[in-house]
Ligand binder design. Structure first.
Ligand SMILES: Nc1ncnc2c1ncn2[C@@H]1O[C@H](COP(=O)(O)OP(=O)(O)OP(=O)(O)O)[C@@H](O)[C@H]1O
Length: 261
C-alpha cells in the first residue's frame, strides 16, 4: 500500500490569516475519502495542495509520492484529476460537451489547436455515456442543466486517466433527483477497483456516496478527526466540526445528520 497523498504538519497562511493549521493527513492506495467541514474550514485549500496547485507555507505535502517543491508540478498535475467550481468557471460557454471532456487530456479548458484522434474522442464519449450524459456530446456546455454539467465535469476529470481524483463539492446546486443520480454514479465509481483513489469534498453527510471508506473532518483549518467513516462520523465529532449538537444516522450505506429537537 503506497501513500497517494501525505500532508505532514501543513500550515497555509495568507494575508496574516492561518487557513490551515498544522494539518497532517495520509491517503493510501484504494481509499475513498470524504473531506467534510463547514464553510471556510479549509477544504478547498486542502484540495489546492492535493492537486499540486498550491504550496504549503510550512510543512510537507507529497502527492503520488512526489514532494511539492522538489518536482515539476506541471507533470504531476496531469496525474491528478480535479472537478471543482473554479475549474468549471473556466470552460468557455460555447464549448461543445465532447471538447469539454477531450481537452482534459492536454490539461486545458477550451479547444484551440491541439490535435485529437479517434481514440481520444472514443474515450470521451465512453466517459460521458458512463455518467449518463452520452446523448449530450454535441451540445454547447452552457445549455446544460446544473446536474448535467456536474456529470460532464466528472467525466472530464477522468479523461486523462488520473491516479488520484479530487471532486470538490460535486453535488452543490443539484436538486434532489440530480443529487441522487450523482450519488449512484459516484457509488459505482467508488466500487470499481479500477477507479483512481477518490477524495470528495462536501458540506453534507447526505452527500457521501455509498462505498466511501474514510473521512477527514476540518474545522477552522484544523483536523477535528480523520480515519474510517464509522469512527469519524460520530455525533461528537460532527457536532464539534459544525459547532452545534447533531444526531447522526446511517441507513443502507448512506448517512444523515440533524439537530435534535
Ligand atoms: N488568498 C486568500 N487570502 C486570504 N484568505 C483566504 C485566501 N484563500 C482562502 N482564504 C480564507 O481561508 C478560509 C478557508 O477557505 P477555503 O476555501 O479553503 O474553505 P472551504 O472549507 O473550502 O469553504 P467553503 O465550504 O465555503 O467553500 C476562508 O476563510 C477563506 O476566506
Amino acid at each position: 500500500m503506497s501513500d497517494v497523498l501525505d500532508l505532514t504538519d501543513v500550515s497555509v497562511r495568507r494575508e496574516g490569516k492561518t487557513i490551515l493549521d498544522r494539518v497532517s493527513w495520509s491517503v493510501t492506495d484504494g481509499d475513498r475519502w470524504v473531506v467534510l467541514g463547514p464553510n471556510g474550514a479549509g477544504k478547498t485549500t486542502v484540495m489546492q495542495l492535493a492537486s499540486a496547485r498550491m504550496y504549503p507555507t510550512t510543512g510537507t505535502v507529497s502527492v503520488l509520492e512526489e514532494e511539492l517543491g522538489s518536482v515539476d508540478v506541471t507533470e504531476l498535475r496531469t496525474r491528478v484529476g480535479l472537478a471543482s467550481a473554479a475549474l468549471a468557471d473556466r470552460i468557455p460557454r460555447g464549448e461543445k460537451v465532447l471538447d469539454v471532456v477531450m481537452t482534459a487530456s492536454y490539461g486545458v479548458t477550451g479547444r484551440w489547436q491541439e490535435s485529437y484522434d479517434e481514440l481520444d474522442a472514443g474515450r470521451a464519449r465512453d466517459l460521458l455515456a458512463a455518467f449518463g450524459v452520452g446523448h449530450l456530446v454535441d451540445r454547447a456546455y452552457a445549455t446544460l442543466s446544473e446536474g448535467e454539467r456536474k456529470r460532464v465535469q466528472i467525466a472530464r476529470s477522468l479523461m486523462a486517466d488520473p491516479e488520484l481524483l479530487l471532486l470538490d463539492e460535486p453535488a452543490a446546486g443539484l436538486d434532489l433527483g440530480g443529487r441522487e443520480e450523482l450519488m449512484a454514479a459516484l457509488a459505482e465509481l467508488a466500487g470499481d477497483a479500477r477507479s483512481p483513489v477518490l477524495v470528495l469534498v462536501t458540506h453534507h453527510v447526505e452527500e457521501i456516496p455509498e462505498g466511501f471508506t474514510h473521512g477527514l473532518l476540518l474545522r477552522d483549518g484544523k483536523v477535528e478527526a480523520a480515519g474510517p467513516l464509522e469512527e469519524v462520523l460520530t455525533p461528537q465529532h460532527l457536532s464539534r466540526t459544525f459547532g452545534l449538537d447533531l444526531e447522526v444516522e446511517r441507513h443502507r450505506g448512506r448517512w444523515s445528520a440533524r439537530a435534535p429537537h
